[in-house]
Design a protein around this ligand. Sequence first.
Ligand SMILES: [Zn+2]
Ligand SMILES: [Zn+2]
Length: 148
Amino acid sequence: MTYRRFMCVGCLRRWTNSSATKVLPFMPAFLCSMCESRERIYREEEIDNKRFAEWTPDEVESLAVYQSSYWFLPFVCEKVHVLQALPNGLRCSKCDFWLRWAYDWTLNWSWQDIDGTGGSGVTVRKPSPDPLGEISIALQPPDEPEDE
Ligand SMILES: [Zn+2]
Ligand SMILES: [Zn+2]
């Protein structure tokens, strides 16, 4: 997928109109084409701590607060819109897209105990040579990708 602008979490360079790969499915952490082969990329099929909807009101609330948290990467659609937590899944109202699962730890408030400086918000966290860089990525979601 080509993105107008993004910051690569591998080399921390800012790219424009370049191809990028997501490190994690449905999360806005990107690798440039140069870093792609050197870094671990997680595929949706190999994530084993998915929890599928329906979710309880408390789980939805945990996920909703997670989605708007300061430290962690939110779940997003293909166009990098932040998804809304609902009892039957995560929804992008702009794209009419549904994601029917979330990580178990985003649903039970345990994400609040994770040290946020890791930045990526995954249980399998990659050590960062530049924690500040990762935080700034989490705080500045990239622009929407081009439609075509
Ligand atoms: Zn890179
Ligand atoms: Zn969307």
